[in-house]
Design a protein around this ligand. Structure first.
Ligand code: NDP
Length: 403
């Protein structure tokens, strides 16, 4: 029985709060705060009609540390779940320290003026959280999040070592729009247009964005083009799975998405430096976000499935030589919408956010300091994935990917 404060009323916040309300034995009292209170109220109304549970709502600017600290003190939660944007990670961590509560998020801190995906800003809080006797859990979404838990489950139950790891993120959903992103457009486009990086023999190998492409046949979706990208869990996996010789991240994109993005990039609309417009400074990417569809609005029209998982190769635990396993989840956009009013990209992030919060609140995962999800026992998290809408499967492959 615990009180929780969720910050952020987008698609991910909506799914997490719905799923928390469906599990009142763990989340006895759910509070939701965001910049725009009307968005919190709309989520609270949906939660009430679907589950009968009441969610209290608040307006907050999570970059205002004194105001946020005061709100946390007024509510008195055991845990703050940060589902706002990566820009707010550090200010929310500061407020959690000031108010003396645990912290959790789904995406690493990013400075607004440069697209950098690195954990060092948040890892630097290690001593402060430890000294305060508090826990901060970083990256409890799907990727990062479940993809790392999948790797650690394979390492616990199937493989003694993981030498090569490929993370494959496929969204086979069709939202019927010419161009839209499935989560926050600004964050999504910053990530996709950043140079690709993968881990090879103890170092990072950088290649230009969206230049390495492979075709893969995804169960439940079919063949799709996927592109090599950098993704933040590669950094924590390289740290916590030290024997990794190669780790890569792939994400699928349709041709229409690539064409639109290329034009937007060529005309300067994805820039994150300020430009002067009518005497006022604007950031082109933030303006672009304002004219693109809100990801949360795509729910009613999105059809198809996501398939996200890991292919890992290493020495088998049973001593029978090298083995390769593929572990993945398939999620249906329409089922996700039916259950929570949000499409599968928000669902596959919001459910693991609820589960990460449950790990902390039930004490299944407990420690003092700043932790990545790889550092805890994967089993209770994997059990909850099966019970709460993201069932996974594992199968043995003949060998690693041949590219
Ligand atoms: P949205 O843009 O839909 O929602 C973000 C919410 O945060 C909005 O309600 C927004 O308010 C609020 N917000 C923004 N700035 C502030 C602020 N200063 N103070 C308070 N609230 C603020 O994003 P999503 O729901 O799609 O994504 C949420 C998070 O989940 C992001 O950090 C994203 O990177 C992460 N994510 C992680 C994934 C994973 O697998 N690990 C996958 C997908 C997303 P307003 O409406 O007023 O703008």
């Amino acid at each position: 029985m615990s009180k929780v404060l969720v910050i952020g009323a987008g698609g991910v916040g909506s799914v997490a709060v719905h799923k928390m309300a469906m599990n009142p034995q763990i989340f006895s009292d759910v509070h939701l705060a965001s910049r725009t209170k009307s968005k919190c109220d709309a989520i609270a109304e949906s939660v009430k009609s679907r589950t009968g549970q009441t969610v209290s709502t608040y307006a907050i600017d999570a970059e205002d540390v004194p105001a946020l600290t005061a709100l946390i003190q007024e509510i008195g939660p055991k845990l703050v779940v940060n589902l706002a944007l990566p820009y707010q990670d550090l200010t929310i961590m500061d407020a959690c320290l000031a108010a003396g509560v645990h912290y959790m998020d789904t995406a690493n801190y990013e400075p607004k003026d440069v697209a950098k995906f690195e954990y060092h800003w948040q890892w630097a809080y290690q001593d402060r959280f430890k000294q305060a006797g508090l826990m901060a859990l970083l990256g409890s979404g799907f990727d990062p999040g479940v993809t790392s838990v999948f790797a650690m489950w394979l390492k616990k139950h199937k493989l003694k070592t993981i030498r090569t790891l490929d993370i494959l993120d496929c969204n086979g959903g069709d939202h019927g729009q010419a161009f839209a992103t499935n989560f926050n457009p600004e964050i999504n486009i910053r990530e996709v247009t950043a140079p690709a990086r993968h881990w090879a023999n103890g170092d990072w190998v950088e290649t230009p964005a969206m230049t390495i492409r492979q075709n893969f046949d995804f169960e439940g979706v079919g063949p799709k083009n996927m592109y090599l990208m950098y993704h933040e869990e590669l950094e924590s996996l390289a740290k916590f799975v030290p024997e990794l010789e190669r780790a890569r991240f792939w994400m699928t994109f349709g041709d229409a998405y690539i064409q639109h993005l290329t034009v937007l990039q060529n005309v300067g609309m994805t820039r994150i430096d300020p430009v002067l417009y009518n005497g006022q400074e604007i950031i082109p990417l933030q303006f672009l976000k304002a004219v693109l569809p809100e990801p949360a609005s795509l729910g009613p029209t999105t059809q198809g499935k996501t398939n996200i998982g890991d292919i890992a190769t290493g020495e088998s635990l049973d001593g029978s030589g090298d083995k390769t396993f593929y572990i993945y989840n398939i999620c249906d956009h329409e089922d996700a919408y039916h259950e929570t009013g949000n499409q599968a990209v928000s669902y596959t992030t919001g459910v693991p956010a609820m589960i990460g919060a449950a790990m902390i609140l039930t004490g299944a995962w407990s420690s003092e300091g700043v932790f990545n999800i790889e550092q805890f026992d994967p089993d209770p998290f994997m059990d909850m994935l099966n019970q709460h809408g993201l069932p996974w499967q594992v199968k043995e492959l003949a060998g690693p990917l041949q590219f």
